[in-house]
Design a protein around this ligand. Structure first.
Ligand code: SF4
Length: 194
């Protein structure tokens, strides 16, 4: 095997070769959409690398979706050094989380004192979050604190906290940390440590 060929690419190539021998008449162009959905992976529905959203292990997943974005198959990612292709039962059932009719897909807001939720747009929610972060930071920002006979620069706010999660990958966490630190947030945590 070439050094440039990953383990997964090798498996894909082997499966393709075997499939080609056993099913010479079946090609991607002859498959109907229903038939494609029954095929586990490596077909034209595509697959994407992602991270399991459940616990703090951060196992790698290969997720296939149909043309509507619904998950049709989940496998462990053999190239991910955390799990090397192995998954626990929770991750295998991740399509139930993603495709559940109970999953909220819209912003719901309950104003202070109100008893009912209202539906809002994402633009409204993002603007509200930005406004409240700015207001809270402006009202609570501390530039210096006295230490002994000196004032030490701290540039921080203790009125806000930032919480990450196990589903965030390293790149997400890097950006989130930079963002939180740039606001002066000192209470920066991760749900898996709580
Ligand atoms: S596959 Fe299981 S062990 Fe791995 S992150 Fe998901 S829930 Fe945790």
């Amino acid at each position: 095997m070439s050094h440039n060929l990953t383990r997964r690419q090798f498996i894909q190539a082997s499966a393709l070769a075997t499939g080609g021998l056993l099913l010479p008449a079946v090609t991607e162009t002859t498959l109907a959409a229903d038939e494609i959905r029954k095929i586990p992976l490596h077909k034209k529905i595509g697959e994407a690398h992602t991270i399991c959203p459940y616990c703090s292990c951060g196992c790698g997943l290969l997720v296939a979706t149909d043309e509507k974005g619904h998950i049709t198959n989940v496998e462990g990612d053999p190239d991910n050094p955390v799990n090397r292709g192995i998954l626990c039962p929770k991750a295998i059932a991740v399509n139930q989380l993603s495709n559940s009719p109970l999953r909220l897909g819209k912003v719901r807001y309950r104003a202070p004192g109100a008893t009912e939720f209202e539906e809002k747009s994402w633009d409204w929610a993002i603007e509200q979050i930005a406004r409240r972060i700015k207001q809270t930071r402006d009202e609570s920002f501390v530039r210096t604190v006295p230490v002994g006979d000196k004032n030490v620069t701290v540039n921080r706010t203790e009125a806000m906290a930032f919480l990450g999660g196990a589903a965030n990958n390293s790149e997400d966490c890097y950006l989130a940390t930079k963002f939180a630190r740039s606001l002066g947030i000192v209470y920066l945590e991760h749900q898996a440590r709580l």
